[in-house]
Design a protein around this ligand. Structure first.
Ligand code: BG6
Length: 369
């Protein structure tokens, strides 16, 4: 059942190309237009929405943060990400023109379910992005967009995360197509890039030997920091979460731009820092700004573990380790850059002799508030 792997988590990490491919499957017609029959909400209603709120917990909330960048970019609809357990208690601004998108692997997370119920009471349209057929959250929502990651057994989420991000891209592109606007011509180009992602995840997985080796030497590490910017920021948060969950190591993710506003004080000689570097093709010179961050922390003695695109030579002089991922569209990069961080957490947990699939104090789905 573990497909020859020692743990479910390792198997599920290797399932990721399939999880993304299967979640993309059957979403377009012969002309390459997106068709989402699962979304049983009239198109006119979806055309009228003027704000989107994403509600989720844990890893699913980080998928929501990635989704925000993509959906806003493609639709120009303002998107807010709200931790589901905060949503109900902050007097949320929601009405019948608000689309509330819940993201949940299990479909049973009580905090997320209560947020969805509250949103419906306030008159919002609700769509559930969910991995579990027939679960409660999709039943309580107006519509559902299923992720096809297959059953996820390990407590720490991996393949469901990639499938959630994929499904939110699909939703964003679908809304862009429906509403017309400037982005529509580019939808096919994004879909083409997305179709190439599963093969690129395979490539990343083939290269993970060195990450396993690095993790194997780090069992005594007390703290690890993660930096990322733009869509790399939620990836940094997810990398840190994986390490807390699996290896019980103090780990923090930061927006790289925040570094000089505080976190740089944490840097001392030998401190390991993962940096998720934006593609050199990113807009607004983001790549160069993150390369400067690497330079700054390296100058203070940090041990820099850098995740960078193939061919990005600018990072090399400041990196103790460069972990390479294939090039893709900047908004899609999280589907590749998070993989080494999952693999790192898996092998560090293993190096510490911990239970990878059943970390202490955690449950796969939390059905109490
Ligand atoms: C947590 C799980 O308690 O719930 C996380 O340990 C998960 O892995 C989070 O991300 C949300 O779960 P779900 O099923 O709603 O996606």
């Amino acid at each position: 059942e573990k497909g020859g792997y020692a743990t479910f988590m390792e198997k599920e990490i290797h399932d990721q190309p399939h999880a993304v491919r299967d979640t993309l499957l059957g979403r377009t017609d012969e002309e390459g237009r997106l068709t989402l029959d699962e979304l049983r909400i009239p198109e006119e209603k979806l055309r009228e929405i003027d704000r989107i709120t994403i509600v989720a917990c844990g890893t699913a909330a980080y998928a929501g943060m990635v989704a925000k960048y993509a959906i806003e970019r493609w639709t120009r609809i303002p998107v807010e990400v709200s931790l589901a357990h905060e949503f109900r208690y902050c007097d949320p601004i929601v009405d019948e023109r608000t689309l509330v998108v819940s993201i949940s692997q299990s479909g049973e997370t009580m905090d997320t379910l209560m947020a969805v119920k509250h949103a419906r009471e306030l008159g919002a349209l609700t769509i559930s992005i969910c991995n579990t057929h027939g679960s409660t959250i999709p039943r309580e929502s107006d519509a559902v967009l299923y992720t096809h990651a297959g059953p996820e057994i390990a407590v720490a989420s991996t393949k469901a995360f990639l499938a959630q991000i994929t499904a939110s891209y699909i939703l964003g592109l679908y809304l862009a197509q429906l509403r017309g606007g400037t982005y529509v011509d580019d939808i096919k180009a994004v879909l083409k890039e997305l179709a190439e992602v599963p093969g690129k995840i395979e490539t990343v997985l083939e290269r993970m030997g060195r990450v396993k080796e690095i993790a194997g030497f780090m069992a005594d590490t007390r703290a690890v920091l993660f930096l990322g910017r733009h869509v790399g920021y939620p990836v940094a948060l997810e990398g840190a979460l994986k390490l807390k969950e699996l290896a019980y190591i103090h780990a923090e993710g930061f927006a790289a731009g925040e570094l000089k506003h505080g976190p740089i004080a944490l840097i001392e000689p030998g401190q390991p820092v993962f940096v998720v570097v934006p593609s050199p093709s990113s807009e607004h010179g983001l790549h160069g700004k993150v390369v400067s961050n690497i330079q700054e922390i390296r100058a203070r003695g940090a041990r820099t573990l850098v995740i960078a695109e193939d061919g990005d030579e600018a990072v090399v002089p400041f990196s103790d380790e460069v972990i390479r991922v294939p090039a893709t569209a900047p908004l899609l990069a999280p589907l590749l850059t998070v993989v080494p961080l999952q693999v790192f957490a898996l092998w560090l947990s293993t190096a510490k002799g911990l239970d990878v699939d059943q970390p202490r104090n955690l449950a796969k789905s939390v059905t109490v508030e």
